[in-house]
Design a binder for this molecule. Structure first.
Ligand SMILES: Nc1ncnc2c1ncn2[C@@H]1O[C@H](COP(=O)(O)OP(=O)(O)O)[C@@H](O)[C@H]1O
Ligand SMILES: [Mg+2]
Length: 236
């Protein structure tokens, strides 16, 4: 069932279009990787999907009971975010902000959602630690737990493996795959790591300001952009 459909979406900054004519659908349980060069419009598209940026044309339509405010989001990391001065508990709990509405505190239900997601990500023992003192891999688990507090249906992850070593990256991808398979949460991941993208994702969107490809991973492997991007290195 379609959770989200982008219909002819274009996005612009001050009249300069950076992503145009984007069409794709995400169904319940899909795992979509968005790939493309730096500056090709990936993060801008993610912001459009979240409603943080209005499309300059086209529409984003939601289905299967998903609201735009019920999408979990792990932003592309900037140094300022890495140094966020808060405890792990505060960071995870802030994922419940959209559930609070206008109420200025977290209730029991939200605290138990936060606790459960910390257990899911194996970070209960970090609860009172300061976020900025954690390792890169620990930080990403904390941000995943935070993103999970916001959703039952869809997670958007913008380059979550940046700065992680290969082992920690593999652990992160395993965790994301488990969330996708066991909890049937649709994953949308922006990634530079095309080899991992094709081994985990069910669908690929290859963006270069406009889509070069959208479809199943299997079809991508046989497509011209897929062959070009993978440089014949993927054994299929
Ligand atoms: N806040 C902004 N204001 C103006 N231009 C922006 C802004 N954010 C991104 N851009 C520009 O939009 C284009 C796409 O950026 P982005 O979506 O971040 O690409 P990607 O995530 O694929 O690297 C780039 O040319 C970038 O410089
Ligand atoms: Mg980006």
């Amino acid at each position: 069932m379609p959770l989200m459909t982008c219909r002819d979406v274009s996005l612009a900054y001050e009249g300069r279009t950076v992503a145009a004519n984007i069409n794709f659908t995400i169904n319940t349980g899909d795992y979509l990787c968005i790939v493309g060069e730096n500056g090709s419009g990936k993060s801008t598209l993610i912001k459009g999907m979240l409603g943080l940026k209005q499309p300059s044309s086209g529409r984003i339509v939601f289905g299967d009971g998903l609201l735009q405010t019920q999408i979990g989001y792990l932003p592309q990391q900037t140094p300022a975010q890495r140094d966020f001065p808060a405890t792990v508990w505060e960071v995870v709990l802030s994922g419940c902000l959209n559930r609070c509405g206008l109420r200025p505190f977290y209730n029991k239900k939200e605290k138990s959602v936060a606790k459960r997601n910390m257990q899911r990500m194996g970070i209960e023992d970090l609860t009172s630690r300061c976020y900025r003192e954690l390792s890169g891999g620990q930080k990403q688990r904390v941000l995943l737990a935070r993103a999970l507090c916001a959703t039952k249906k869809m997670l958007l992850l913008d380059e979550p493996a940046t700065g992680l070593d290969p082992l920690v990256t593999a652990e992160l991808y395993d965790l994301v795959q488990t969330i996708n398979r066991e909890d049937q949460i649709a994953i949308v991941m922006v990634s530079h790591d095309i080899q991992s993208a094709v081994s985990h994702a069910s669908h690929i969107l290859h963006l270069n300001h406009t889509p070069l490809f959208f479809g199943t991973t299997e079809d991508y492997l046989h497509s011209e952009p897929g062959k070009l991007f993978l440089g014949g290195t993927h054994a299929s």
